[in-house]
Design a protein around this ligand. Structure first.
Ligand code: ATP
Length: 906
């Protein structure tokens, strides 16, 4: 791509150089070719994890290495069978672990792809959103406020574009962009005013440019060299589990040394005891927990994806379940963002308009009389200005050559509604555009709450058209049109307009004022831009409905039942906001609504005192959202906050769960967020919280299962050694139980459905320990019971004169069966009797396969020789099942008893 100074070339030269088209862009075919030629538009990142590395990592664990060492020693001493079997078990375990971990990594990587940045390009004359990685040199790219520029561009067209280029130049003050050629030599990047560089940010305006460099050829690529994106993906829980794992390692080692010591003291063969000890340590150390957590999280985020929530940062999955306040935007998230103008106040009269959706068919009524507004000059004017001050387009979907009658819009629905309104009166944008040429524009933004465009006609007459929030426009207006005459906008008239505005807002309508101004040549000289927006003539008000989305009311109710407060933040009028808030059940009887100006006048303390009672924030611009997040957090809340624009980014970042909109959100908002809603829908937040709670619960379940199993294994050995009994479990058996039989059921537990209705419980305290709410006690008590009953079965067998091998096989089987029964107990926080064991099909299958493996090890000749097992009789099995059932059933019965006693006391 050379070192051309693109800023020195004019539009024609750049377009020629890249064989592109300044209106239609590249053809799709050409773009495909270029993608192959120039490669994807990506900065090189650090190495990816290779499957081989992941597989080798399975053997890197210290205790596994010790085990392999011990195996080698016993192999050298002639214990070939044991040695080979141990290696086989370690291999099976490693492969199982590898497959699961690899799949988890893959699905997390796929997720990353999904939330990768996007760019708007024009190809074959069609505007399309594509992954930024597929942008190629010569592409015509469209920029909008909130975009992160995807590649280096030479700008062809700018409408009030301001860019923040600190990522490249260190300068954080936004710079204004131009399209004209700059002749200077050797300009630093910051002064190349007609260029937009990869990674910089559009803070305002819209524009178009031709891509002149992609990927590592961009200015960003040149300075970045090789980027190492070591993004932290560990969640707080994984981190804590790792810490806890370290403590448990030492505990397990201490206990195994004790078992080994006691065994040797009792006269057991030291070599045998050594292998037993190492096997026990391998089995009992819960080093695999963080990995299973990753797997369960990965599976969970896949489920969330199905419910339209893309998780960008894994730790947020845990935080989701702790959310206590959801702050949500109104338009598009709670409502459909399908605006239809139903009321007009213009020319001093109130009109109503029929029709629904975007179909340009409907009637205008003055009172009950149908009238044609296009014959009333001031009304026509009002409708035309609404169409001119507008970046949306209205179109009918086509099927072949036929018309479908299915109308839709491109662009902002608020603006689309004004196009539809005018079209109902026979006024179309394309006709007006033949007369008026756009010269300058400040597009709508939520901070200014208005939009202005300057037009010129062939005769050289200029008009400024403005639309926006009613208060903003009234403040800047000096005259008004009444009965087809321009009159001064006196106080009384302004009050009347404000009253009309309130009447419409009270009905839940979103109200826009429309105004204009004829510009005189002389006045153009004075001031610029915003300064022109003074002395406007108000034409009228348009009130539009935006129906709530279906299911939103239910989702809000469910969220509230789940102990979360739902707060609505909107740029709309207080009364509109209150009407919608009440309709959706967000604003309770005694709940407060606060507007930005009230917020502005409140001290932090005052706000802090009130914040709990505020349910609706109206006329609030995005820059104030941060204040709201911080005030709620100061009260100890875990805050989820939605947003879509550039100015929402700080609040999204500061929130515990930052949520951005997949459809309407800007790239900047998405980058700042933890969660992207692919359908922009409030209900998806509620669904994500529910998933988040479920995932955390499942993690608790399998931690309980695995740790209780470990406790059981260690204790049965420890008790036996303390009682000077022969060893109840042989090393291979211990390894088999832990590495082979436990794995699948644990994973299936991770996929379990939540118990009961989790969304009727309050949110979890984020500081809560994973072992809280009785989990620690359950692990120790059930683990001890499993250890004791295994020992009981072993002792009984010995007492009844069974051979040691038979007694060991019985102990082995009892341990496995006790764990497999206990896995069903782990599904409930209450007891094994509280859930239908057949409900989780994956778990039933996993348990059956583990039983099958056990039967194989016991009855299959070759396996018997390896595992030193013997065939058991029916009576043996009866005893095994009885002992195995005791831990879970006994605790179940005790639970029922104590709950009964508690109820009785009440
Ligand atoms: P949220 O999406 O956060 O709920 P909102 O959509 O309710 O916000 P904004 O889009 O910031 O709020 O709109 C605030 C006000 O600005 C509206 O009440 C309306 O009067 C005005 N407005 C909205 N869209 C436009 C537009 N395209 N052009 C001019 N004015 C607009």
């Amino acid at each position: 791509m050379g070192n051309k100074k693109w800023y020195q070339l004019d539009e024609e030269e750049v377009v020629k150089e890249w064989k592109s088209d300044p209106v239609k862009g590249l053809t799709k075919k050409e773009a495909e070719k270029r993608l192959i030629r120039y490669g994807p538009n990506k900065l090189q990142e650090g190495e990816e994890i290779s499957p081989l590395k992941l597989l080798l990592a399975q053997f890197q664990d210290f205790m596994v290495l010790v085990l392999l060492g011990a195996t080698l020693i016993s192999g050298l001493m002639g214990e070939y069978v044991d040695a080979i079997a141990i290696i086989a078990i370690v291999l099976i375990n490693a492969i199982l672990g590898f497959i699961q971990e690899y799949r988890a990594e893959q699905s997390l990587a796929a997720l990353k792809e999904l939330s990768a940045p996007q760019a708007m390009v024009i190809r074959d004359g069609e505007m399309m959103k594509i992954p930024a990685s597929q942008v190629v040199p010569g592409d015509l790219v469209r920029l909008e406020s909130g975009d992160r520029v995807a590649a280096d561009l030479r700008l062809l067209d700018v409408q009030g574009v301001k860019m923040e280029e600190s990522a490249l130049t260190g300068e954080s003050v936004p710079v204004e962009k131009v399209k004209a050629t700059i002749p200077d030599e050797d300009l630093p990047l910051g002064d190349q005013g007609n260029m937009a560089f990869m990674g910089t940010l559009v803070v305002q305006g819209t524009g178009r440019g031709i891509v002149v460099a992609t990927g590592m050829e961009t200015e960003m690529g040149k300075i970045a060299g090789l980027l190492h994106h070591a993004e932290e993906t560990k969640t707080p829980l994984q981190y804590r589990l790792e810490q806890m794992g370290k403590v448990l390692v030492w505990l397990a080692i201490a206990l195994t040394i004790l078992v080994m010591g006691l065994g040797i003291w009792n006269g057991n063969d030291p070599q045998e005891m050594f292998l037993t000890g190492v096997s026990l340590a391998v089995a009992a150390i819960p080093e695999g927990l963080p990995t299973i957590v990753t797997i369960v999280l990965a599976l969970g985020v896949q489920r969330m994806l199905k419910k339209n929530a893309i998780v960008r940062k894994l730790p947020s999955v845990e935080t989701l379940g702790c959310t206590t306040v959801i702050c949500t935007d109104k338009t598009g998230t709670l409502t459909q963002n399908k605006m239809t103008v139903t009321k007009i106040f213009a020319n001093g009269e109130e009109w109503s308009v029929s029709g629904s959706g975007y179909e340009p068919r409907g009637e205008f009524y003055l009172g009950n009389t149908k009238k044609d507004p296009s014959v009333i000059p001031s009304l026509k004017n009002f409708l035309e200005v609404g169409v001119l001050c507008n970046n949306a387009t209205l179109y009918e979907r086509k099927e072949g050559k036929g018309r479908t009658g299915d109308w839709s819009i491109h662009g902002d629905p608020t603006e689309g509604a004004l196009l539809v309104l005018a079209a109902k009166a026979g006024i179309w944008k394309r006709d007006l555009e033949n007369v008026w040429v756009k010269e300058w524009e400040i597009p709508f933004d939520s901070e200014r709450k208005r939009m202005s465009v300057l037009f010129r006609n062939r005769e050289g007459k200029r008009i400024l058209v403005v639309k926006g929030a009613v208060e903003e426009l009234l403040e800047r207006s000096s005259s008004v049109i009444l009965h087809d005459r321009i009159l001064p906008f006196e106080r009384v008239r302004k009050e009347e307009w404000l009253r009309k505005n309130e009447d419409m807002a009270r009905e839940g309508l979103r109200v826009l004022a429309i105004a204009y101004k004829e510009m005189e040549e002389g006045r153009m000289e004075k001031g610029k831009g915003e300064e022109w927006e003074e002395g406007l003539t108000c034409l009228g008000l348009a009130g539009m409905i935006d129906p709530p989305r279906e299911e939103v009311k239910d989702s809000i109710r469910i969220s509230q039942q789940a102990g979360m407060k739902v707060v609505m933040i909107t740029g709309d009028h207080r009364l509109t906001a209150e009407a919608i808030g009440k309709q959706l059940g967000i604003l309770p009887e005694n709940g407060l609504t606060v507007t930005e100006s009230e917020l502005y006048n409140m001290s932090d303390e005052e706000f802090g005192e009130k914040v709990e009672e505020i349910y609706v924030y109206a006329r609030v611009s995005p820059s104030h959202k941060l204040k709201i997040v911080q005030a709620l957090q100061a009260k100890g809340h875990v805050v989820a906050m939605t947003g879509d624009g550039v100015n929402d980014a700080p609040a999204i970042k500061a929130a515990d769960i930052g949520i951005s909109m997949g459809m309407s959100g800007t790239e900047v908002a998405k980058e700042a967020s933890d969660l992207i809603l692919t359908d922009d829908h409030f209900s998806s937040i509620e669904a994500a919280v529910e998933e988040g709670r479920g995932i955390y619960d499942n993690i608790r379940k399998f931690i309980r299962f695995l740790l209780a199993s470990n406790v059981g294994e260690i204790l049965v050995m420890l008790f036996a050694m303390m009682m000077a009994l022969p060893t109840p479990l042989l090393p291979l058996q211990i390894l088999w139980v832990n590495l082979v039989t436990d794995g699948l059921p644990a994973l299936a537990l991770g996929l379990d459905k939540p118990e009961g209705d989790m969304m009727k419980e309050p949110p979890r305290n984020p500081k809560e320990n994973i072992f809280a709410r009785g989990l620690g006690w359950k692990i120790i008590s059930r683990g001890t019971l499993i250890g004791l009953s295994t020992l009981g079965a072993f002792l009984l067998a010995l007492n009844q004169g069974a051979t040691l091998l038979t007694a060991q096989t019985i102990a082995f089987s009892t341990l496995v069966m006790a764990q497999l029964i206990h896995v069903f107990d782990c599904r409930s926080d209450r007891s094994i009797f509280h859930r239908n064991p057949l409900e989780n099909k994956a778990l039933v299958a996993a348990v059956l396969s583990s039983i099958l493996l056990l039967v194989g090890v016991i009855y299959w000749g070759p396996a018997q020789r390896i595992f030193d097992t013997v065939s058991l009789t029916y009576t043996d099995w009866l005893w095994i099942l009885l002992f195995a059932a005791v831990p879970s059933f006994l605790s179940g019965v005790l639970h029922l008893f104590f709950v009964g006693v508690k109820k009785g006391r009440k």
